[in-house]
Design a protein around this ligand. Structure first.
Ligand code: GLU
Length: 469
């Protein structure tokens, strides 16, 4: 049987990195087996679910390239008829029953149990048993439906990450599966969905561990084989506290805005809890081929922003620049650059990637290739512009203007030859050129910079700098 996994977010906010990692694990595990990775929107909590959040989740998933294999995602709110049908069937089969206990009665029961130092729980007053006579249903009361949970034995969960967890059946209440208005409850919907979707492996956050024995029991009552479960531990902040806004960004799209490549973020996330020897960098294909649950840690991972940046930089430096172009374009456009007005983006990426670990930085440092300078970096100008250096720039400009061809080689020879002829180190001349043409003293190698910038822009900017003298 091939693997089917699902990612089942509740649309109450954006896609956060913990959710993205859970989705990634689900995706990798399915893809490794040529199986299916499905997306389901758990929107039964109508008060907290919003269309905005649904859109934000899709946006994050699409950016990460974690698209579900179902052409249309499944929405729980569109499946109410199905849930009702299963509840009706369970009532007939006796695996569920109507309970007419009022809120007041249950509150009183709870108060009494607490007073007796007992664990509060439903006492089964409406639960049918052989030989038990149930009270007559009170008039005018709409009942809830409860699952008739087995009272004997235990539920053994062999979690793929956490190992064996055993729950005693009698610790589990008769869960309400439909409210008095007929709407199904969360745990029940999850069960029916996982069953109908043919999910073989449920991979989700470990905040759901306690739901699992209930879900397993309901599946069994339905005659379904429970899937395997893998409960992923949470992600903590670098200080070991629960990850929150103050540790940095939480939403996946904030990582985009910060200048991460989607593949690099995935690579960082897969390593946050999973290892494969001491390998740090993985292509998507390698992640798919190598991912397993045997090497997923049961303890929480700590988010380390420095390491995330390191991974991003490694990616920027090593991938085919063409892969970076769409993301780089997005960043350039965000800062008002019209990419049609400058040199080839792949060429810029090749020149910039050694020194930029984020695409925000790369875009900022590459703006000068496209738009007119909006002034010079003050410190750099103060340091590198003076009467002597500007006079040198003037002379060099004349030589460059006379170059028969505008190539990196010709520019290299011209600038180096000029510095040599003047008996100056290359820096003495390259730094003022940089400030003049880039507006700042950092740029790729000067020959490549001038080549990419082009003849016209280079000469115009040198002239503008010289005019300051
Ligand atoms: N909707 C749940 C959540 O967002 C996930 C439930 C599950 O995967 O079973 O936490």
């Amino acid at each position: 049987m091939s693997v089917t996994t699902r990612f089942a977010p509740s649309p109450t906010g954006f896609l956060h990195i913990g959710g993205a990692r859970t989705a990634l694990f689900s995706y990798l595990y399915a893809k490794r087996d040529n199986g299916k990775f499905l997306l389901r929107i758990e929107d039964t909590d109508r008060e907290r679910s919003t269309q905005e959040a649904v859109d934000a989740i899709f946006e994050g998933m699409a950016w990460l390239g974690l698209n579900g294999d179902n052409a249309e995602p499944i929405y729980q709110t569109q499946r109410f008829d199905r849930y009702k049908e299963v509840i009706a069937q369970m009532l007939v089969e006796g695996t569920a029953y109507h309970c007419y206990a009022s809120k007041e009665e249950l509150d009183a029961l709870r108060a009494e149990q607490m007073a007796n130092k007992q664990k509060p729980r439903y006492d089964g007053r409406w639960r049918p048993e052989a030989g038990k006579v149930l009270p007559a249903p009170p008039a005018g009361v709409a009942p809830v439906v409860r699952f008739r949970n087995p009272t004997e034995g235990e539920v053994v969960l062999d979690d793929l990450i956490k190992g064996r967890i055993v729950f005693a059946s009698d610790e589990l209440d008769d869960l309400i599966i439909a409210r008095s208005d007929g709407t199904p409850t969360y745990n029940f919907c999850v069960v029916v969905d996982d069953w109908d979707m043919g999910v073989t492996h449920v991979i989700r956050g470990d905040d759901h561990v306690n739901n699992t024995p209930r879900q397993i029991n309901i599946l069994r009552a339905l005659g379904a084989t429970p899937p395997a479960y893998a409960h992923v531990s949470m992600i903590l902040g670098s200080d070991g506290a629960k990850l929150s806004k103050r540790h940095g960004a939480l939403g996946v799209m904030e990582y985009r805005a910060m200048g991460f490549l989607p593949e690099a973020l995935l690579n960082y996330l897969v390593r946050l809890g999973w290892s494969h020897g001491d390998q740090e960098l993985f292509t998507r294909e390698e992640m798919i081929a190598k991912f397993d649950f045997d090497h997923v840690s049961a303890s929480p991972g700590r988010f380390d922003m420095e390491k995330a940046w390191w991974v991003n930089h490694q990616y920027l430096k090593s991938v085919d620049p063409a892969v970076v172009v769409p993301e780089f374009t997005w960043h350039l456009e965000r800062i008002g650059v019209d990419v049609a007005t400058g040199p080839s983006l792949t060429a810029i990426i090749e020149q910039q990637r050694e020194r930029c670990r984020s695409l925000v930085e790369m875009a900022e440092k590459s703006k000068f290739f496209f738009a007119d300078l909006d002034g010079y970096n003050e410190k750099d100008a103060a340091k590198h512009f003076n009467a002597d250096s500007l006079a040198l720039l003037g002379e060099l400009r004349t030589q460059l203007e006379a170059l028969p061809e505008w190539t990196t080689e010709a520019l290299h020879a011209a600038v180096n030859g000029f510095a040599e002829a003047k008996g100056l180190g290359l820096g003495k001349i390259a730094q003022p050129i940089r400030v003049a043409v880039c507006g700042m003293a950092v740029s790729p190698p000067i020959d490549a910079t001038l080549f990419l910038l082009g003849r016209e822009r280079t000469l115009a900017r040198l002239a503008a700098a010289v005019a300051r003298a």
